[in-house]
Design a protein around this ligand. Structure first.
Ligand SMILES: Cc1cc2nc3c(=O)[nH]c(=O)nc-3n(C[C@H](O)[C@H](O)[C@H](O)COP(=O)(O)OP(=O)(O)OC[C@H]3O[C@@H](n4cnc5c(N)ncnc54)[C@H](O)[C@@H]3O)c2cc1C
Length: 358
């Protein structure tokens, strides 16, 4: 098959990778460069839903997180680059006795739901966390991982190219039509077009959908210079603290439905101050980088996958929102199946049709 992917973020590249591995001839078009969108970020938490009240959505995400280590190992081997993937686990503070009881019940349900492969356990808080942040200890899951978003996107882009994907950077797509795209650079056609242009993708497909498909949610995050190597990531008080390799710890993120300007403002200082309160070892850490991006949030929050109504041969890989990296390789496989009309086992809430239902 000839496949065009619009957008060289993590979802577009995951689709390109899955398609080229099936033997497709794949071209990726980006308005700018690889990772120019939300995927050029710095946080990279890959965390599960809580292991209870199981749903097809939780199962889909579990399978993605379970297979992520193998996927990124192969990608990094193909690209010769490092995605920064590491299964480091996650600590979440328990702040009431009731939360301890719930966490203990989840420790039992996790054994079955996570198939004995990963644990959810109740532990004492480590010395790195303040007593105030975790007065009743922590829930420690061993399935959570971290990745370096910008590096992983670069690595996947290089792996795609190593497999023969053609990448057209600085090729903005302005128009979609049946089996085709066009822009100031000309027109290209294929058997399938996959729109994976992040937040811009919603505007691109809006003329062809009955309801407006989605919007952006801004986020700001920082990298602190601190060595927490070997420490699990922490999710507390709405803040992620993610130990990366090489003496860097990412903290994030703001979640802003409305904003007046792109870039950094003092809301990020609030996030950093919260990280200090949770993890006092970070108090004297230098801020190495501040970053902001716009998350693509589909109309009803979940991923939005499927054929675009009224356009022939045009599909979406949109709505990565806050969990884009955790799901990316499985989304790529799903979309690679959808464009060949193969049956896919996805939750209904991931379908474009569901997002378009009133
Ligand atoms: C502060 C912050 C923290 C986050 N933390 C996490 C986290 O911890 N874990 C996690 O999993 N996710 C996280 N996310 C979300 C994650 O970054 C996104 O889910 C993911 O990057 C979205 O990928 P995408 O490929 O859909 O879109 P994008 O990465 O935005 O890619 C879209 C691409 O399309 C291109 N494009 C746009 N318009 C056009 C056009 N007209 N023609 C051609 N190309 C076009 C853009 O240049 C861009 O390269 C975070 C996001 C933010 C902002």
């Amino acid at each position: 098959m000839r496949v065009i992917v619009v957008g060289a973020g993590i979802w577009g590249l995951a689709c390109a990778y899955a398609c080229v591995r099936r033997g497709d001839s794949v071209s990726v078009y980006d308005a700018g460069r690889i990772g120019d969108g939300a995927s050029g970020g710095i946080v990279g938490a890959l965390g599960p839903y809580v292991p209870d009240e199981w749903t097809q959505k939780k199962q889909y995400q579990f399978e993605a997180l379970d297979t992520a280590a193998g996927f990124w190992k192969t990608v990094d081997a193909r690209s010769g680059m490092a995605s920064g993937y590491g299964r480091i686990g996650r600590l979440q503070p328990l702040i009431t006795q009731k939360a301890v009881a719930l966490a203990e019940a989840r420790a039992i349900s996790a054994q079955e739901l996570w198939q004995g492969r990963f644990e959810w356990r109740v532990e004492n808080r480590p010395d790195t966390m303040s007593e105030h942040a975790a007065p009743f200890g922590v829930a420690h899951d061993t399935i959570s991982a971290r990745i370096h978003p910008a590096k992983a996107t670069t690595s996947l882009g290089a792996a795609c190219q190593a497999l023969g994907v053609s990448l057209f950077e600085n090729h903005p797509v302005t128009t979609l039509s049946d089996n085709a795209i066009s822009g100031p650079w000309g027109t290209a056609s294929a058997d399938a077009v996959i729109v994976a242009a992040g937040v811009a993708g919603f505007e691109m497909i809006a003329p062809y959908t009955p309801l407006h498909p989605g919007s952006g949610v801004k986020g700001q995050a920082a990298v602190l210079g601190a060595d927490m190597a070997g420490h699990p990531q922490i999710y507390a008080d709405g803040v992620y603290i993610i130990p990366h390799a090489n003496g860097a710890v990412a903290v994030g993120s703001t979640s802003e439905k409305t904003w007046t300007a792109d870039g950094i403002d003092d809301q990020l200082d609030t996030v950093i101050a919260k990280a200090h309160a949770i993890c006092p070892v970070l108090e004297n850490a230098t801020v190495l980088q501040r970053w902001s991006g716009i998350r693509p949030k589909a109309r009803r929050r979940d991923p939005m996958l499927g054929a675009v109504p009224t356009l022939k041969g045009v599909y979406t890989a949109l709505g990565a929102f806050k969990i884009g990296f955790g799901l990316s390789h499985k989304i790529g496989e799903t979309v690679a199946s959808q464009i060949r009309d193969e049956p896919v086992d996805i939750p209904e809430c991931f379908t474009l049709d569901w997002h378009m239902a009133k």
